[in-house]
Design a protein around this ligand. Sequence first.
Ligand code: SAH
Length: 457
Amino acid sequence: MDLLPISLRIATRQVLVVGGGAVAQRKAQLLLRAGARVRLVAPRVRAELKALLPPPHEILERQFLDHDIDAVVLVVAATDDQALNERVHHLAVARQVLVNVVDQPALCTFIFPAIVDRSPLLIAVSSGGATPVLTRLLRARLETLIPSAYGSLAALMGRYRAVVKERLGTARQRLRFWESVVNGPVAELTLSGQPERAARLLEESLQGAGEPQRGEVYLVGAGPGDPDLLTFRALRLMQQADVVLYDRLVAPSILALTRQDADKIHVGKQRAQHTLPQEEISQLLVRLAQEGKRVLRLKGGDPFIFGRGGEEIQELAAANIPFQIVPGITAASGCASYAGIPLTHRDYAQSVRFVTGHLKDGSCDLDWPQLVQPGQTLVFYMGLLSLPLICQELIKHGASPALPIALIQQGTLPEQKVYIGTLATLAQRIAHESVKAPTLIIVGEVVRLHETLAWRG
Ligand code: SAH
């Protein structure tokens, strides 16, 4: 280890910045975030930087003088005058003051790591000046991995640290308690933006420490297939649930991101062959949560768009089970983007309608005249079997037989395929293809843009 990572408490301590440009400004901002008192010396100081440093900070708009370094705890030199940078470095070293000369590792006795700030939680990443690019890349990865509310969680735990120590006698009890906090509903409430409820629950669980854990249900939209389209929240809940209930639409590559040791239960649904009836799924959710489990109900696309998410949540609410709903990218958005078919477009469509193509008993109980409107894109979910009927009815109700239509198979997945035709031709065109589910149908002038905008498929 070439450098020792430490965290400095510099609030209200005097620090020195030499330089008045953009780089000096960035460093001054960082020092200010940690509460330092800044003395800044430079013959010219940019206006923005001046505005950052009202008294008691000091701005000395002149050449640097040796005594400027007196009584400071650290120095940053951010000038393009190499001789001056070296002078500042030597003065600081002679006085045993920490010094950083920006972008010159050899002249630094300390360096600024890249930071992920979830105060009071801080993560510092450093390559000792070897490769700032790699450091920044790693920092960006950590940023996306660590939910922004981790700071609130750390603050909450910090507030209760002393109380917990007082109430729970042994180190072992405390460890178990804090583990249940970070892995359980208190953390979950904090991360989903409900800090007051989290604090209340922490209080309650502290009183009843040792009592059985409460279960909860996460109704999560897994998006249309490409795992890159999951939300951060979806991924976090997927990695903490004890049991996963998923249906056929959830791609294997997405299921693979759930916790390795979680129980995984397949609950349907194949077209016309529901593996578990809806009521049983809802009852199963309730039962598992009542057993104290964290249950993930993973659904394709968005749970509230043709996903019957509403029904499942009603059951949970009736049984007084805590739940969270996480939206997902619905098939219409995913397929449209990946097929290069904008659902609205100033020149072609001013509105879009999501319609179920799952017609009861092959009959057509949709409001066809409403669907045949100029400037409107139609998206049919579950429409493959009804495709010929849909095309016929649209034409019968006044749509042009030449209106473009797209059938997107396995949208957003590597296997995605796009079939393009018109209301008059598409059904015929795919009659001899072995089209695989799931498929989505998009009808409207916007389909014409596929040729120019598609980047895949
Ligand atoms: N809740 C889901 C829709 C469930 S209904 C969502 O918001 O996307 C199931 C229908 O969604 C399928 O019949 C199909 O029409 C459509 N669908 C889901 N994923 C799809 C995909 N990757 N490609 C094409 N269509 C898809």
